[in-house]
Design a protein around this ligand. Structure first.
Ligand SMILES: C[S@@+](CC[C@H](N)C(=O)[O-])C[C@H]1O[C@@H](n2cnc3c(N)ncnc32)[C@H](O)[C@@H]1O
Ligand code: SF4
Length: 282
């Protein structure tokens, strides 16, 4: 079954998809959560309230202390350039590299030794379908770990019908495609998959139609189109690794001066000195 989630429910593409056989349009976040539905303060509070004690209990029992999710980035890099993503091809500074098959085999063997039966996500901060051996890797994991929930998350640009069939035949459990466009239209490979949806009635394919210019979380400050911070960065801070106090002049993000920690006994004193010299706003 292919399930598709549109963000607003108004587009022509959505109306067309609703008419297709073997395709279901869904708004169920349990199946496909949109980024905006994750990482909220309320979610974190709910996790603290509802899950923390349950997990504490679970993990204190040595028989059930095993992790439930393993994520493996089989090949670095991406072929897309989403505005919010630190690994878009426009911004990712990492060299490309492939995790060799023998390393993957060792991981699978170790997990099999542990009788692992949780989820294995064969992607990380990358585009997994760029890996020309991804089908082989899925097959190898399925062979060694019969009971795992084996998943891929992809931007769908390389998800042609044949390859998707091969992935499921190799043992994939779920394929989720992020269709990054203007949030209303579908990319060609997704249109082709939907037109062949009958082939996937017994499989779990999910499509999320998204805007490639969304503004998401900052990813530790690395996201390229993150919102500017609500407050300007501080005028003075301690850089612990180099053990220096660093001063910044107002309106500039470039450090203007630094002094060794020894000459700057505390941040409070440094701030007081800066305030006195008039180069520090409250
Ligand atoms: C890095 S992608 C890897 C898989 C594939 N390339 C894709 O985009 O579906 C994994 C997830 O990270 C999310 N992501 C990327 N940058 C993000 C950011 N700045 N904040 C939150 N999520 C982000 C993407 O939207 C996607 O759902
Ligand atoms: S979100 Fe996914 S598709 Fe978009 S640039 Fe990042 S890794 Fe590539």
């Amino acid at each position: 079954m292919i399930r598709v989630r549109f963000p607003d429910g108004q587009s022509e593409a959505e109306r067309a998809v609703r008419k297709l056989p073997w395709v279901v349009v869904t708004q169920d976040p349990g199946i496909l959560a949109l980024e905006g539905e994750k990482n909220h303060d309320e979610d974190n509070a709910a996790i603290q309230a509802a899950l923390r004690s349950a997990y504490k209990k679970k993990w204190s029992d040595p028989r059930s202390a095993l992790f439930q999710l393993v994520s493996i980035e089989t090949q670095a890099g991406c072929n897309a350039s989403c505005g919010f993503c630190p690994v878009s091809r426009a911004t990712d500074p990492r060299p490309s590299g492939v995790l060799p098959m023998d390393v993957m085999e060792r991981i699978a063997a170790n997990l099999a030794d542990l009788e692992y039966s949780g989820r294995v996500a064969l992607f990380g901060n990358n585009e997994p379908l760029l890996d020309s051996r991804i089908v082989d890797k899925v097959r190898m994991f399925r062979k060694r770990l019969r009971g795992v929930d084996l998943r891929l998350l992809s931007n769908g640009t390389l998800a042609d019908v044949r390859r998707v069939r091969d992935l499921f035949e190799a043992g994939l459990t779920t394929l989720t495609l992020n269709n990054y466009t203007d949030g209303r239209s579908l990319i060609r490979p997704v249109r082709d998959l939907l037109a062949s949806a009958e082939l996937f009635v017994d499989h779990d394919v999910r499509v999320s139609v998204r805007r490639r210019d969304e503004v998401l979380t900052t990813r530790a400050g690395l996201a390229p189109n993150k919102l500017a911070p609500a407050r300007p960065p501080p005028m003075a801070f301690v850089h612990y690794r180099s053990a220096t106090c660093i001063f910044r002049t107002p309106g500039s993000s470039i450090p203007a001066a630094s002094t060794p920690m020894g000459a700057c006994p505390s941040v409070e004193l440094a701030i007081a000195a800066l305030r006195q010299s008039g180069s520090m706003r409250d």
